[in-house]
Design a protein around this ligand. Structure first.
Ligand code: MGD
Ligand code: MGD
Ligand code: SF4
Ligand code: MO
Length: 696
């Protein structure tokens, strides 16, 4: 060995987290010894969350899948034997050719944001499935209700710069638990607090964040739109609106005014399970403490009316003219500012019928039903093959009993590209070893800040692992496809991913980003100070012609949950408790559950339940309980705590089933019904009953 070497590589966090941190990866003699936050990056400022500061533990984990595996046990058992890459690729391409000869739509890609990188996400993979003519996957599992709402209201995923929250005087942290899920935003909010801002959490659960705010409004799940409309009612009545902003930069105020008549504070209080005083005071604070900012997150759009809830809340900043100030407005996502070039990257023109005939679309959020479907004229062919990458559907998709039954089908051919033998990989016919972020190249946009980031590989791939991009390149070659785009390198893909000529890049290109690690997009500090929304009217659309055309209510409204005591009384007689299952702090969805040091902090699956609800069920502190409804059941340890409001139970998620005592997790009881907008899942629209098991 030659003299020891130490280098620092500029990288980016790949996880589905708004913060998309800039990383400095220390490599000594070819081994990653440290992963740290870039001190210069204004959104990361040198800090990482606990999970990713231990990223090397994930990459060097003894359980990494480092060679292709072929199943030898029953589906779901997780018994495999190693095979060569050649054998794996031959088998997969053979099976896909055979199925495609009947109908390529019988093949389904299943992927989400295991990595948010554009190269290892829907880059080469999208080209592969386009050329094949496979079914489209509707990627709805997280954010599509809120995205649809922002599109109708603002014209896209636009929001405040996270850096400006420090200057806000009021911050509503709405359906979001940033201490868990966006720690860098929380840093900004705390600085604002030191400078005198008031922080209010709006959340059914007294989360880690809600505990640290000045005020916590513990409304019932799925009632946020009513609260927003009630705030509007008070703002109007008490003349706290910015009529000049409304007249110049918004559309449909007259119609909205009619709509909010139906939401006086008393009615809103009854819907939300809070007091009328809370509604009125919230509106007064919002109308008077300037600049007022809202940090919304996706937690609150996982109920039936999730889309309309985001839309109602998104109207608030325009009504009080909060957008006039850089420290006012709202942030759900700001990813719409990034000038990506999706077509160049994913090449829809490779589709056999492009652009006239497109394949059918299958919604990832109803994968349980899709895999059970025998196929017919309306649905199209039965799903015969699923290629999973960047996702763990057996753990994360709703109504898991059906999802697992689908993946257990003997006549389904399943390939999973993974780092680990996840709950999903256990069902695979073939598992292919994928590289982690330290081993491959990528380019990233963010949804919680406005920088474009590079991920330079720090080390060579471990074992025989390959980047997703390379795996699809090899498969394309095995399929006999000679299109030059299947020979593009990762570096070329990264360069193709953005429209670099857009003025927001100010002349930067991929090489600049790669060298520097990141560039800030030139987005005005207060992007809507003078209107300029990306809607058809150029205004913030309270009333939307596009929604009317799409057969939707053109105005924001409260859409009651599918499952709640008020909206489904018969169901609630049997299952009276609303269950939500938001992220656990030391996991990232189901990622990191298998990292022992992080799992040990979470301990085991818990269910937080209010003392009153526990008492009527004879549930003692730390007793094992069964949570159940008609869809399924799972076991957790009860934490009797005021953190859960009466009527609501909270099971922090998403556990790998194989790490729980009963081999099940919260998605046993969640349902496949979809949101009002965006065809998204309704994880937090879920009635259950809870019963004590053996004594504590
Ligand atoms: N540590 C960690 N960080 C993560 C993730 C993770 O799993 N772990 N997941 C990442 C991903 S994929 C996403 S999408 C984001 C999610 O980011 P957030 O949406 O901020 O997610 P949470 O931290 O769960 O915060 C959601 C909060 O919404 C509350 N909530 C649930 N239902 C309702 C409702 O009907 N109304 C209101 N007002 N509040 C409600 C929950 O109690 C919870 O406290 O976080 C990302 N960051
Ligand atoms: N009950 C309940 N269910 C939920 C949620 C909830 O709050 N409650 N949250 C929902 C939300 S918001 C989301 S976003 C989804 C998330 O669901 P998923 O997108 O499935 O996210 P993860 O569970 O993190 O699984 C990602 C997988 O991708 C793998 N991976 C990471 N990088 C790579 C790579 O480069 N190549 C390959 N081949 N694999 C890679 C990881 O090892 C991991 O197993 O879960 C949803 N499910
Ligand atoms: S998970 Fe989020 S907070 Fe943690 S390092 Fe990644 S981007 Fe940063
Ligand atoms: Mo998500």
């Amino acid at each position: 060995m030659t003299a020891s070497t130490q280098t620092t590589v500029r990288a980016a966090c790949p996880h589905d987290c708004p913060d998309t941190c800039a990383l400095h990866v220390t490599v000594e003699n070819g081994v990653v010894t440290r992963v740290q936050g870039d001190p210069e990056h204004p959104a990361t400022h040198g800090v990482l969350c606990t999970k990713v500061s231990r990223y090397a533990q994930r990459t060097y984990h003894p359980d990494r899948v480092l060679r292709p595996l072929k199943r030898i046990g029953k589906k779901g058992e997780g018994r495999f034997q190693e095979i060569s890459w050649d054998a794996a690729l031959d088998e997969i391409s053979g099976r896909l050719c055979e199925i495609a000869a009947r109908d390529p739509q019988a093949i389904l890609p299943y992927s989400y944001a295991g990595t948010m990188g554009l190269v290892q996400g829907e880059g080469m993979a999208a080209r592969f499935f386009h050329k094949l003519g496979a079914s489209f996957l509707d990627r709805t599992i997280c954010a599509s209700a809120g995205s649809a709402a922002l599109r109708y209201t603002y014209g896209g995923g636009f929001g405040m710069h996270v850096e400006h929250f420090v200057d806000s005087k009021l911050i509503l942290i709405w359906g979001s638990n940033p201490i868990t899920s966006s720690i860098h935003f929380w840093g900004q909010a705390q600085e604002a607090k030191r400078r005198g801002a008031k922080l209010i959490a709006i959340d059914p659960y007294r989360s880690l964040t809600a505990e640290k705010c000045h005020q916590h409004i513990a409304l019932l799940p799925g009632t946020d739109a009513a609260l927003a409309l009630g705030m509007m009612h008070v703002l109007l009545q008490e003349n706290l609106l910015d009529h000049e902003y409304i007249a110049r930069y918004t559309l449909g105020f007259a119609q909205l005014k009619e709509r909010i008549q139906a939401y006086p504070p008393e009615r809103v209080a009854a819907i939300c399970g809070i007091t009328a005083q809370e509604v009125t005071q919230l509106a007064r604070d919002y109308g008077m403490l300037k600049p007022a900012a809202i940090r919304l997150n996706y937690g609150m759009q996982r109920t039936h009316g999730g889309g309309q809830a985001v839309r109602a809340i998104a109207c608030l900043p325009a009504l009080i003219g909060a957008w006039r100030d850089a420290a006012g407005g709202m942030l759900l996502s700001s990813s719409g500012f990034t000038p990506t070039d999706v077509a160049a990257l994913s090449r829809p023109d490779l589709l056999p019928g492009w652009p006239q005939t497109l394949p059918r679309t299958i919604n990832m959020s109803t994968i349980g039903d899709a895999l059970a479907h025998p196929g017919d004229d309306a649905f199209g062919p039965r799903v015969d093959a699923v290629i999973v990458y960047n996702s763990n559907p057996v753990a994360v998709a709703p109504e898991s009993v059906k999802v697992a039954a689908g993946f257990a089908r003997e006549d389904l051919y399943t390939v999973v590209l993974e780092h680990f033998l996840t709950d999903t990989a256990d069902y695979a016919d073939i598992v292919l070893p994928a590289t982690t972020q330290l081993e491959h190249l990528d380019i990233h946009k963010a949804y919680g800040h406005t920088y474009v980031m590079a991920n330079n590989p720090a080390i060579e791939p471990l074992g025989e692992a390959k980047p997703n991009s390379e795996i699809f390149r090899l498969l394309a070659d095995r399929m006999g496809w000679t299109d030059p785009c299947f020979r593009d390198t990762d570096d070329q893909l990264a360069a193709q991913a953005m429209r670099w000529t857009d003025p927001k890049f100010g002349g930067s290109d991929w090489q600049t980003v790669k060298d520097a690690g990141w560039v800030k997009l030139a987005v005005p500090a207060a992007p809507f100070a003078q209107g300029g929304f990306a809607t058809p009217s150029g205004k913030c659309e309270f009333w939307s012609a596009a929604m009317e055309k799409d057969g939707l209510d053109p105005l924001p409204d409260w859409v009651p949950p599918y499952e709640s005591v008020a909206s489904a009384p018969a169901l609630a007689e049997r299952f009276p408790l609303a269950m939500i299952s938001p992220p656990a702090r030391h996991f990232l969805n189901s990622s990191f559950v298998n990292v022992a040091s992080l799992r040990s902090v979470e301990g085991e699956p818990y269910l937080d339940i209010n003392p009153a609800d526990a008492a009527t069920r004879g549930i003692a502190q730390h007793q094992q309980v069964r949570i159940f409804n008609d869809r399924g059941s799972f076991i957790a340890k009860a934490r009797v705590t005021e953190k859960a409001r009466p009527g609501v139970v909270v099971g922090l998620s998403v556990w790998w089933k194989k790490f729980t005592s009963d081999g099940k997790n919260a998605n046993e009881v969640t349902g496949q019904r979809l949101t009002d907008l965006g065809r998204a899942p309704t994880f937090y629209d879920c009635l259950v009953e809870v019963e004590a098991l053996a004594a504590a």
